[in-house]
Write a protein that binds this ligand. Structure first.
Ligand SMILES: Cc1ncc(COP(=O)(O)O)c(C=O)c1O
Length: 494
């Protein structure tokens, strides 16, 4: 098999493997034929069509198939691979449904997009959460990764027709010549409706402004509402990017204790001018702030003349847990509520919203005017189109269904491996407790050796960690099949 032997080794394929080299069609420009190795393993339990679809997806993710390239016909491919045409047709159907290929009448089937979230490009050692030289070297040898880190949405689950429809509607507005500091009026109205419908928060559109996402909004609050040297209390463990954002703006970060009921209000450190928290789904531990604590926290803020920054990063993603009233509903005078599209659509849009008291909104707008900054209008138009067409509600129904099933898969796989799983039925991550930080680091490093991107709890602490584990995200991979494959490897590690 020559060079391809190395490929087989990398895939870890063994047993009865039918190995074939297939020639794929010409590129649109009509040059360069190339060869793709395809290995279908009849002994592997997994249907041949699924194996084929997954290898084609992987070839596209690795750049061996490019957008615009013509696929071979199902008949030709079946002949080359020595399988029935039902197998190749089923694989193509799957790829059509996922939006990666498209049939053009009379001219064939073409690659329309390449999956970015499947077996993503090699992440930098930092992005893969490891500073070790050894891990860095193995990173450079590996070409595909299975990402089980928290933070990513199910981007592959956005139906291509919805995505295109929204971009088309956004483009119809034509180019803009001026900034709109607080965001487009139609965006603010549509978001006000969204937060009533999905978060039960009745709000005047005038109290809603567009942001570039939660982290961008945190940075603006740190500069426009708080100031250098101010202290801000942050959940411990908490969201490390918020911590870094506050620090970068010159604020002091004070760790605030969290238990199974969320932030412990009577232990908030003295001197905090603001508290940043994730009441709906504590990041990373996955619990929620109890109703009694919510009331206490608002009372605390009023008493101490402090702001509460409510990061509602995945509030739309609750499955069978009843939502509790938002802090912003209980204390509209002291709460700055932040929402984002990062978990429900894509973090690459850089679109979010802030709902806050008039003086906070005014301070942020004045800061934007002074620094000539404002969030992108294109992203606002896209989200407005998603909201007004009803596509976002439809998409959210699909996402909730998919993530509920994925969470079940995660719990089943880890329970069978003898591990506990912590966190509410919400969002897109759980915590897998481990014995100590040493075990956690070893697990993250061992994951890298077998192509899994894992993230430990350690990075969520500002001080010495008092617990250890993995924060396991289950939305990034494109399909449940990909997730199952990753979980099998993880179960082995655990
Ligand atoms: C706790 C928390 N807040 C906010 C975000 C998203 O922020 P942004 O809107 O900046 O992408 C994330 C994403 O991972 C998160 O985990």
């Amino acid at each position: 098999v020559g060079d391809s032997g190395d490929w087989l080794m990398r895939q870890g394929l063994c047993g009865q493997v039918a190995f074939l080299k297939c020639q794929f069609g010409r590129t649109l420009e009509g040059h360069s034929m190339h060869e793709l190795p395809m290995a279908l393993d009849r002994a592997a339990g997994q249907p041949l069509s699924e194996q084929l679809a997954s290898q084609l997806r992987q070839a596209a993710a690795e750049g061996q198939l490019r957008v615009g390239e013509r696929m071979p016909s199902t008949r030709a491919l079946a002949t080359t691979l020595g399988v029935s045409r039902t197998v190749t047709a089923a694989a193509f159907d799957q790829l059509y449904a996922e939006g990666w290929i498209e049939a053009r009448r009379g001219s064939g089937t073409y690659v329309m997009a390449v999956p970015a979230a499947v077996g993503n490009a090699v992440p930098s050692p930092q992005a893969a959460n490891s500073g070790s030289d050894d891990c860095g070297r193995s990173a450079s040898r590996r070409t595909t990764w299975r990402d089980l880190r928290p933070g990513s949405p199910w981007a592959a689950g956005i139906r291509p027709d919805m995505w295109r429809r929204a971009w088309r509607a956004a483009a119809d507005a034509g180019p803009d010549g001026r900034h709109v500091r607080g965001g487009l009026a139609e965006f603010r109205r549509a978001v006000a409706e969204h937060v009533v419908r999905h978060r039960g928060l009745l709000v005047d559109p005038a109290a809603v402004i567009a942001t570039g996402g939660t982290t961008a909004a945190v940075a603006e609050l740190a500069m426009a509402v708080l100031g250098r040297g101010d202290a801000v209390a942050v959940e411990e463990p908490g969201y490390p990017r918020a911590v870094e954002t506050f620090r970068a703006a010159g604020l002091r970060v004070l760790p605030a204790r969290v238990d199974h009921d969320g932030l412990v209000v009577d232990r908030i450190p003295a001197g905090a001018r603001a508290v940043y928290c994730t009441p709906a789904h504590q990041f990373p531990l996955g619990g929620r702030l109890s109703a009694a604590r919510r009331v206490d926290l608002v009372a605390w803020a009023r008493e101490h003349d402090a702001w509460l920054i409510e990061d509602d990063y995945d509030g739309e993603l609750r499955y069978d847990v009843t939502p509790l009233p938002l802090l912003a509903g209980l204390g509209p005078d002291v709460v700055v509520h932040l929402g984002t599209t990062s978990k429900i659509l894509s973090p690459t849009l850089g679109v979010g919203w802030l709902v806050g008291p008039a003086d906070v909104v005014d301070a942020v707008l004045a800061h934007r005017e002074a620094t000539s900054t404002s969030p992108s209008l294109a992203g606002q138009r896209l989200l407005t189109a998603f909201l007004l067409s009803g596509d976002l509600s439809r998409h959210l129904r699909r996402v909730r269904k998919e993530l509920t099933a994925r969470r079940g898969d995660v719990v089943d796989a880890l329970t069978a491996a003898g591990s506990a799983v912590l966190g509410d039925r919400a969002g897109a991550h759980v915590v897998v407790p481990l014995a100590d930080v040493g075990v956690e680091r070893a697990a993250v490093a061992a994951g890298r050796e077998v192509g899994l991107l894992l993230e430990g709890l350690e990075r969520c602490f500002t001080g010495a960690p008092d617990r250890a584990g993995l924060t396991l995200g289950y939305a990034a991979l494109s399909s449940r099949r990909e997730l199952d494959a990753a979980l099998r490897v993880l179960a082995g590690l655990i």
